[in-house]
Design a protein around this ligand. Structure first.
Ligand code: GLU
Ligand code: ZN
Length: 499
């Protein structure tokens, strides 16, 4: 698809989730691609709720949808709360329309009533399985009922569904901006799908096609999972006498092992990422690269950049691998780039929630937080990492993990010796700069003929309770050298009781 054709028409795209669970990162990728495509072309982005599956629909997932889009800062031009003249935007409020259009299809011979019982359909399926029959699915049993027969059955009050008549001959082509032409023989399309259920509810196919047409959707950007049903949708457009929108099926999002991204790989719902300490900037940047690239090198894109730069031509065909490590890296980068005051506004509530500081924090807690902020900022991959990293500054430490404290190739006695040496080296600590203290420890290690690591590790564990901590000497300054000394002595006592 050339760019010119894309922009010739005024773009109208939609995100059409079925709220049956938490917003999946793959779904949100679809949402933001639609959003950016609309923005980059001065078009409209529409939010449509596909809640025709009333059994699986639930209110929590609808709330999750809104809060997720809100958190990402993705706003829609038209949707349930924003009428643009094409509403309602919730399918359960459009049932009359679907009935009316089903009638049209029946009148033109493209659809028919099917009175088959569940039992008959079960038997049919069993038979097909048993005979390994080439014919799969519905056998078009009711497609030849005469008008009289239909009247008769309805007079008897028999329940029915409405099925769409798939032509037996010929083939159907779907034109996809990315995949090119996708052609299926009509006889390979699952015969005569239900479009209206016995309770009068439409199925996804019918509602989706009618709404895309009625809402003037120009491009359908959706996951590749929908390709198999694409040709059937094209046949529906033809039956109605409508032009189909341009399709643009987005590459699958897979885990490292190549299978579709699922819980097995890690978090998949945006909610988990929100609670897990990720910034919306990082999520948007990372998922925009799941199947799209600007060029071979540029990695950083703000939402505002993408609103200008996004284009369909740069979407790939190949599956996109969701790399959790890469996302963490992006997140760390965005934490570093974040405005200081804004980042503090995110971090402080985490400390309160994790009961690291009081609610509200005391002045002295705030002072410690201000002091530690510059040195931990570099170390955060997720905002939620903060509690573990700074806990030692706010909480007493009375027992230590011996395994963490004892360096490799060293025993407990050796570790005690290291701690005693460190304690000695802390004499006059406050009168020296960080560099001078570093220098001092370096020299001492050298004189002992050991590396700096085995000297620092027990000290680090003693002071912070963790092998991973902000820079050692800054940490000691923040804690206060007397407290540090007391902790070193505490760990020595604990180690000695182990000997
Ligand atoms: N409601 C469908 C879904 O949840 C929409 C598919 C489409 O975009 O056509 O994925
Ligand atoms: Zn039937």
């Amino acid at each position: 698809m050339e760019k010119t054709k894309e922009v010739q028409m005024s773009v109208r795209v939609r995100y059409a989730p079925s709220p049956t669970g938490l917003q999946h990162i793959g779904g949100v990728r679809t949402a933001i691609f639609n959003y950016f495509f609309a923005r980059a072309n001065g078009g409209k982005f529409i939010l449509r709720i596909e809640d025709t599956d009333q059994e699986r629909f639930n209110v929590e997932s609808l709330e999750d949808l809104y809060s997720t889009l809100d958190w990402l800062g993705i706003s829609w031009d038209e949707g349930p709360d924003r009428d643009g003249g094409y509403g309602p935007y919730i399918q359960s409020e459009r049932f009359e329309l679907y009935k009316e259009y089903t009638q049209k299809l029946m009148d033109s011979g493209h659809a028919y009533k099917c009175f088959c019982t569940a039992e008959r359909l079960d038997n049919l399926r069993e038979e097909q399985k048993k005979n390994k029959s080439k014919e799969q699915g519905y056998d078009r049993h009711c497609s030849h009922l005469t008008k009289e027969e239909v009247h008769q059955k309805q007079a008897e009050g028999l329940p029915f569904v409405v099925r769409f008549r798939i032509p037996v001959e010929g083939k159907t082509t779907l034109t996809d901006v990315i995949m090119g032409e996708i052609t299926r023989k009509n006889k390979d399309i699952s015969p005569d799908p239900i479009i209206l259920k016995s309770d009068g509810y439409p199925t996804y196919h019918l509602a989706n096609v009618i709404d895309d047409h009625m809402m003037g959707i120009t491009h359908v950007l959706r996951a590749q999972e929908w390709i198999p049903t694409g040709p059937m949708h094209i046949l529906l457009y033809k039956a109605f006498g409508w032009d189909a929108p341009l399709y643009c099926h987005l590459p699958l999002v897979v885990g490292k092992d190549g299978s579709k991204l699922s819980k097995r790989h890690g978090s998949t719902s945006v909610k988990e990422f929100i609670n897990g300490g990720y910034l919306p900037e990082a999520i948007i940047n990372y998922i925009s690269l799941l199947g799209w690239s600007y060029d071979d090198s540029r990695e950083f894109f703000s939402k505002e950049d993408l609103e200008k730069l996004f284009s369909l031509e740069k979407i790939n065909k190949a599956p996109a691998v969701f790399d959790y490590k890469k996302l963490d890296w992006f997140n760390g980068q965005y934490i570093r780039m974040k405005d200081e005051a804004e980042l503090k506004k995110i971090l402080l509530p985490i400390l309160i929630k994790d009961s690291i500081v009081s609610d509200p924090p005391s002045d002295s807690e705030l002072a410690v937080f201000e002091g530690v902020f510059p040195i931990i900022r570099e170390r955060l991959k997720k905002t939620t990492d903060i509690s573990e990293i700074v806990k030692f500054l706010f909480k007493d430490l009375n027992s230590w993990n011996i395994e963490d404290a004892v360096p490799k190739k060293m025993d407990i006695a050796g570790t005690v010796e290291m701690l005693k040496l460190s304690e000695k080296l802390l004499n006059g600590f406050e009168n020296r700069s960080v560099e001078e203290n570093e220098e001092l420890f370096h020299k001492a290690a050298e004189e002992k003929g050991i590396k700096l690591g085995p000297l620092m590790q027990p000290l680090r564990v003693a002071v912070t309770g963790s092998k991973m901590s902000p820079p050692m000497f800054e940490s000691i300054s923040l804690l206060g050298v007397e407290k540090a000394r007391a902790r070193i002595e505490g760990l020595i006592r604990q180690l000695e009781s182990e000997i």
